[in-house]
Design a protein around this ligand. Sequence first.
Ligand SMILES: NC(=O)c1ccc[n+]([C@@H]2O[C@H](COP(=O)([O-])OP(=O)(O)OC[C@H]3O[C@@H](n4cnc5c(N)ncnc54)[C@H](OP(=O)(O)O)[C@@H]3O)[C@@H](O)[C@H]2O)c1
Length: 331
Amino acid sequence: MSTIKQVALGSQGLRVSAEGLGCMGMTGGVNGMSVYGAADEAESLATLHRALELGVNLLDTADLYGPLLNERLVGKVLPGRRQHVILATKFGFEVDDHEQWTGGYNGRPEYVRKSVERSLRNLNTDYIDLYYLHRVDPNTPLEDTVGAMSRLVEEGKVRYLGLSEVSPELLRRGHAVHPISALQTEYSLFDRRPEEEGILQAAQELGIGFVAYSPLGRGFLSGEIKSPDDFEASDSRRFFPRYQGENFYRNLALVEKLEALALAKGVTAAQLALAWVLAQGVVAIPGTKRRKYLEQNVAAASLALSAAELAELAAIMPVGSAAGAAYPAGL
Ligand SMILES: NC(=O)c1ccc[n+]([C@@H]2O[C@H](COP(=O)([O-])OP(=O)(O)OC[C@H]3O[C@@H](n4cnc5c(N)ncnc54)[C@H](OP(=O)(O)O)[C@@H]3O)[C@@H](O)[C@H]2O)c1
């Protein structure tokens, strides 16, 4: 299997694989929920190692995942391989000393420092390649948060800065304090808000790399989920409006059209969905805890789609077509 190409992310010199590996689903989520079904540490570690073998060097985690357990898991693959990894983690959902999400956000400078020290310990490393503010704290000026993050760059604890789920205005404000190398936002055929809300264009104008998270619509675009009962009882997707009640079936009808196109092309629906995202000139970080899916996703990075195929895909899931909000209230 061929290895994946490397691309620039942002304008500050960071280079990453065109497709990264989303690690969120490898450990439990918050409040005792699983993220996307039961965790499997052995297979997750094997998937992380296989990703690095295939040149997928961008590993995406966050202190929130687990909380903290995900960083500890990712940290296990670093000994002996650290220089080959572009390690991306995030802070900002406030995690307390009992290792629980408080339900709030914290972007205060003292919390920025506390978070980075904790992440470095958990990741078992002395630097983070890409440090994201996971969500903006509504009670702290963004300038104060990014200012504190920029001091971490000066100290060598962090190499590049990122923001996640911000408006074009906040992106500009953050970038004015310290160059932002990456903006991480949900983006897929299923969620085209970045085009609708001008965030994709803003990132391009500012020379900020765009990282598409949940590029498979949290697995829904794979077509493997046919009923809400396919989710395990503890699966967090049960609480996301898009996968509930009538929304579920309206969205499934969209996925069935995607599956028909995939069948005609001889690829999987997940591969087609991923190839569409990558064709938008962004880096995508599909999440999986299985080598089998990782290898399929890596193969999707070399899938060439014609202009007509891209247009057809965009037409079956136009902007705004997914039913239901992207997140439960309060997240
Ligand atoms: N910045 C943020 O706020 C934010 C929010 C959400 C996610 N993220 C990051 O983005 C990463 C990716 O997003 P995501 O994990 O939410 O969603 P995703 O990548 O859209 O989908 C992940 C789901 O798709 C399944 N899957 C993956 N490849 C597949 C394939 N080839 N065929 C069939 N199913 C496949 C996975 O199954 P298995 O789990 O069974 O392998 C998992 O259930 C996360 O891991 C996380 O690092 C960031």
